[in-house]
Write a protein that binds this ligand. Structure first.
Ligand code: IPE
Ligand code: IPE
Ligand code: MG
Length: 239
């Protein structure tokens, strides 16, 4: 974590549960998909702003392993937005030197989306600025299942002793391997739950919930989350 000019401590890793697109659209008598389109615009603007604030890692929750339960038309609309967004992001964020990375099980997406995800990561791989993790078909439980399978395989292969399995062994098998845990998790849309976001990594994250719906979330809202974060007393189980 680092201090900025106004001496606010800047969290090294911020996670955002981008919720409230559907309600934002409903309030305006629009289809839910329009809310997702506006949400995608917020995604771009806020990512740039957070990068300028000096955050080193940003994880944005875009689509959960449970979101496939939504009506076919909505999932379809989201996939269309992802396609468009991924095509834009092949060049986006270049000026800000943002390194784009995807977390979650990408194998569930259509072939063309998988290719766009892979290409986006490849194009951004040598960038030195903030690392952006886009969580797509991401679930904290799914991530843990994935990690357990890999560790079990290492045990069977004789590469790891059961008694040597530690928190670090698990952390190294997560999609966020090598990254610090999130210091601050922001949820828009007013709910007070994680909805399967970063279950292992969130052990000591500070949680900030705002009623602001995601398409309305602005730089000032992030500043407010930072201000509140700076008032928290993080004890990590100590005194
Ligand atoms: C978050 O907004 C975006 C995704 C989960 C893909 P929602 O679509 O959940 O919006 P609300 O919560 O129904 O308002
Ligand atoms: C969490 O939002 C998932 C994302 C923001 C991608 P949901 O709208 O899916 O969460 P619940 O259903 O309110 O818990
Ligand atoms: Mg929601």
């Amino acid at each position: 974590m680092k201090e900025n000019a106004s001496s606010l401590v800047i969290p090294a890793h911020v996670g955002i549960i981008m919720d409230g697109n559907g309600r934002w659209a409903k309030k305006r008598g629009l289809p839910r998909s329009v809310g997702h389109t506006y949400g995608a615009k917020t995604f771009k603007n806020i990512t740039r702003y957070i990068s300028k604030c000096g955050v080193k890692y940003l994880t944005l929750y875009a689509f959960s392993t449970e979101n496939w339960k939504r009506p076919f038309e909505e999932v379809n609309a989201l996939m269309k937005i992802f396609r468009q967004y991924l095509i834009d992001s092949l060049t986006d964020f270049r000026d800000d030197d943002i390194k784009v990375n995807f977390i979650g099980d990408r194998s569930a997406f259509a072939e063309d989306i998988i290719k766009l995800i892979n290409d986006t990561e490849e194009i951004a791989k040598d960038r030195k600025g903030m690392q952006l993790n886009i969580a797509m078909n991401y679930g904290g439980r799914d991530e843990l299942i994935h990690a357990v399978r890999e560790i079990a395989r290492d045990v069977v292969d004789g590469a790891v002793n059961i008694s040597d399995i530690s928190e670090q062994t698990i952390a190294d098998k997560l999609y966020t391997s090598g990254q610090p845990d999130p210091d601050l998790i922001i949820r828009t849309g007013g709910e007070h739950r994680l909805s399967n976001f970063m279950l292992f990594q969130a052990a000591y994250s500070e949680f900030y919930s705002t009623d602001t719906l995601w398409p309305d979330f602005k730089a000032e809202d992030f500043d407010e989350a930072l201000r509140v974060f700076n008032q928290r007393n993080r004890r990590f189980g100590g005194v």
